[in-house]
Design a protein around this ligand. Sequence first.
Ligand SMILES: *[C@@H]1O[C@H](CO)[C@@H](O)[C@H](O)[C@H]1NC(C)=O
Ligand SMILES: *[C@@H]1O[C@H](CO)[C@@H](O)[C@H](O)[C@H]1NC(C)=O
Ligand SMILES: *[C@@H]1O[C@H](CO)[C@@H](O)[C@H](O)[C@H]1NC(C)=O
Length: 440
Amino acid sequence: MPPQSVAGALLASLLATSFIAGTADAALLDAPSPKNYIRRTLARATVLNNHVYIEGGQVTQLEDGLRSIRGRVANQVNSTLSIPLDQSWKSESVTIRAIPKPFPEEMARNRWNLWTDTKEGVFYAWGGYWPFGLGMVTDEVYKFTADNQGGGEWSVETLANGEGLDALSPGEAGAVTSTGKLGIVIGGQATPWTQLGRDNTRQLSGMVTFDFESKGLLNGTRNFSPFGNTPVVGASAEFISGVGENGIVLVMGGHVGRTDEEIKIGDMDFFDMRNITFFDPVTKEAWSQITTGDIPVSPRMGFCTAAFSTKEGGHEIFVFGGHSERDKLVYDDAYVLSLPGFVWTKLPTPPGGRRAYQTCVAVGNRQVLSIGGRGKEDEIEIRDEIPQGLLLFDMTAMEWKLEYDAKAAAYESASTIKEWYKRRYVIIPSMHHAPKPVIN
Ligand SMILES: *[C@@H]1O[C@H](CO)[C@@H](O)[C@H](O)[C@H]1NC(C)=O
Ligand SMILES: *[C@@H]1O[C@H](CO)[C@@H](O)[C@H](O)[C@H]1NC(C)=O
Ligand SMILES: *[C@@H]1O[C@H](CO)[C@@H](O)[C@H](O)[C@H]1NC(C)=O
């Protein structure tokens, strides 16, 4: 072969390489290496079969340690991610597995309504919004069936009330939780990015439930949603089993929206973190309770929560960060709300600065895993000080950590919380009945 030909072939192959790299997003990853990770936001997570599954959201990353010059600053995440919980790991080095999806573009969404049926090893995904309004399709409920190795398969669920979806306005920013039998979303808002063909933004009233057994979707306001006809946006919900016969759902934070006109969230009334609403998910009976202690500042939305129960019958809800749209600030604080005392305790300041739009799950007996999050909106470009955005909190030791302990001991309330109950001479009852309602 003549030398110039070799050079020509080399040049051609070099050109081909740069051509591919320059036109496709081939080097962008849903789970970039720890070195290339900048931020992950607006994802949802759940725990199934000893793995954390992370669904949806957007990721900002470097390419080979350099600023990415292609695509958008924060790209849609196109696969389902998983992290093992049967072994200990460090945030800086744990490998996040990416599981491809059958309909990646249609399913690349932020803040899904994620409902977990732990017993069956499945979670359902409905609603949420398409970042940039890209890849929008008609509404479906998707189902993910987990295997035991941190993988699993997606399918489209067939609903009991076949036409049910047409009658609903899928939204985002609702208060989402699962009771073991039901998936729940209270309120939220429907926008041109949450529903194909929609041209306005409205907050949603009512509560939608998804029955894991019958696969029926139901939307109700009267004697159904704890807020009746009041539209609620940006609240958070946690289910606590072991209170009363059916468990209770606690709802906190968020704003009172409008169903008749477009209004800025910052101009809306809000639900004070001092006043917690809770209801029985079966009878739908609702109460509200005024709390004491270190009450988190309101208004607050975009925060994350996780629930823990002690064997003595106490329950604690972890609350982390979020933002005030009214005051244009992002919170850098975290709290625990303890039941049955309904008392707040402020936690040590979280490392990594202010954080909103992260997602939290209870893992390994007594730990919280917080995934992703950002400061203000443009701070998705500022590298997270927390490696891979994986921040942990030990609920008993009351300590922030950058590693997960697969062998952590069973959950016990932190000593400051135990101390509070002692001082108040309250004996933690085994809570066969819901705590006494104060109002309603
Ligand atoms: C996900 O897919 C979209 C559409 O193909 C693409 O623009 C985006 O960069 C992908 N996201 C990542 C993180 O690679
Ligand atoms: C549920 O019903 C209320 C009252 O009719 C309605 O305003 C709301 O949009 C419905 N929610 C959804 C998700 O469609
Ligand atoms: C607490 O919130 C509930 C539900 O929104 C409301 O009915 C009640 O009046 C509130 N209580 C106080 C003292 O603000």
